[in-house]
Design a protein around this ligand. Sequence first.
Ligand code: FES
Ligand code: FES
Length: 157
Amino acid sequence: MPKYSIQVNGNIERVEVDEDTPLLWVLRDELGLTGSKYGCGGGFCRACTVHVDGDARFSCRLRVSEVGDREVTTIEGLSGEPGRLLKEAWIAEDVPQCGYCQPGQVMRAAALLARKDAPGDEEIEAWMSTNLCRCGTYERIRRAIRRAAATSRRSDA
Ligand code: FES
Ligand code: FES
């Protein structure tokens, strides 16, 4: 089997897997990073969202052979701003229900706030519409993102 070196959460990880192996399974099965979840495997639910060079990507459809030297960040490695503010806002708004979709939701939200520190309500809704939540926590997710963005603006003032 081919060997790959990929950057995950600031570490160089070496894995030996088939070239078609989805990044999600490398993260979960080879590296023990189980925060990224499997929902559909088809690019529909985004429970598997990670960052690849800062972009929100669904890792179930990204083959390990396509990652190259790009930096992968999972929910376990999400640090700094806005990750910290989002995690605090998620707790303050008591967002999760079953919790299954939540790592993907947080990673998607972090990619938004890394680009724009004050997204409007419509922008938040459109951006987050890719990520499904079977428990229907959408309104709490939006509130948490607004809270994190507002806290960020206050600390910048
Ligand atoms: S598991 Fe990746 S999009 Fe559903
Ligand atoms: S909190 Fe249960 S699927 Fe989103």
